[in-house]
Design a binder for this molecule. Structure first.
Ligand SMILES: [Zn+2]
Length: 161
């Protein structure tokens, strides 16, 4: 696990993922991971949770079109941000399913870039993070490095007299 690629994640994001997963328990919930890339490593700085009519104790299917819309909205506020991957909860403490892995690999191949798959797994009273990265046809476990939030955009004002 320690040899995997490093993925930075803001502590506020980790906390929100826990809260979202716990609130939805015993049903799955999920959404997308948003952020930037720093020194070739993804940095998850924001997260979206989507309502899905197709969710149950062991199913969560993202509604069509919500990802594109959410990324567009996020970029309107901060153009540095982009799509980094998907996440959903597993209330039964199960690892990423074959379908989860296949879906992520398909997305990575279509986008021709690394895509993250984060599963929040029920562990005792809390939810643990299981993060992997699909690159080409390979999918590998990642090491999460907690960070602070992405510094806000600095707006330069034109001071020419
Ligand atoms: Zn799953």
């Amino acid at each position: 696990m320690t040899d995997g690629p490093i993925v930075y994640m803001s502590e506020s994001v980790l906390e929100r993922l826990q809260v979202n997963a716990a609130r939805s328990h015993p049903l799955e919930t999920g959404g997308i991971l948003i952020g930037v890339t720093v020194d070739n490593s993804p940095w998850v700085t924001d997260v979206r949770e989507f309502d899905s009519p197709r969710r149950g104790p062991s199913q969560f299917i993202l509604p069509r079109g919500v990802t594109q819309r959410a990324i567009r909205d996020a970029r309107r506020l901060d153009a540095r941000l982009g799509y980094l991957g998907d996440w959903h909860s597993h209330p039964a403490d199960a690892p990423a399913s074959r379908t989860d892995v296949l879906t992520t690999r398909t997305t990575a191949l279509a986008m021709r870039r690394a895509v993250l798959l984060l599963i929040t797994r029920r562990r005792g009273q809390t939810y643990a993070m299981e993060l992997s990265m699909a690159r080409g046809t390979r999918i590998v476990p990642c090491r999460i490095v907690p960070t602070g939030d992405l510094p806000p955009l600095v707006h330069h004002t034109d001071t020419t007299p």
